[in-house]
Design a protein around this ligand. Structure first.
Ligand code: AMP
Length: 169
């Protein structure tokens, strides 16, 4: 069993939450920027927010709220970035709507807003040498290797447990 994510297939064991309506799923990330950086995705392969139905839109934001709150609590974070890059020119690299959840902590980045630059670049085409000279953040990002399926599965198992606990409270 797997879920569409653009032209990728996400294994069910990397998916840690499915909304009650089954319209939306939450998956761990191949290249997370911070611990708990996950994606909330419509099951239906839709490219833009404007392609989503009312029910999908409602479920996307409700799922983002529940997942964000649960990860924030369990990871001892105190805030979160919630972001959608809606269209290629806005930085969307996978043509399938996805909402990034990034749990945040005081002092996690040198500058609070550095996260935006990283989000824009972390899944972009390979960086050029000129890019690498421009900023330390870009060099750091270049070192971030995609994770193995095993690592992602382990993380999803932990988050699935947290989601179950959250739903029972
Ligand atoms: P964006 O640049 O907003 O389109 O974000 C794409 C996101 O998808 C990035 O956070 C990537 O790390 C993530 N990603 C790409 N491929 C996969 C995959 N096969 N499984 C999980 N996450 C992925």
């Amino acid at each position: 069993m797997s879920y569409d994510f653009g032209d990728h297939q996400i294994d069910a064991d990397q998916v840690f939450y499915i909304s009650p309506s089954k319209l939306i799923y939450a998956t761990v990330n191949l290249k997370p920027i911070v611990e708990g950086h996950v994606l909330i995705v419509p099951v239906r392969k839709v490219v833009r927010i404007k392609d989503m139905t009312r029910d999908e839109l409602y479920d996307l934001i409700s799922t983002a709220e529940l997942v964000g709150r649960t990860l924030e609590q369990n990871l001892n974070a105190t805030a979160q970035n919630v972001a959608i890059q809606d269209g290629k020119e806005a930085g969307q690299s996978v043509p399938h709507v996805h909402c990034h959840i990034l749990p945040r902590k005081a002092g996690d980045f040198e500058r609070t807003n550095d996260v935006h630059e990283l989000l824009e670049k972390h899944d972009a085409t390979p960086l050029t040498k000129t890019d690498k000279k421009q900023s330390q953040m870009v060099v750091d990002d270049d070192k971030r290797k995609p994770r193995t399926k095993e690592e992602m599965k382990e993380e999803a198992t932990k988050y699935r447990q947290w989601m179950q606990e959250a739903e029972h409270h």
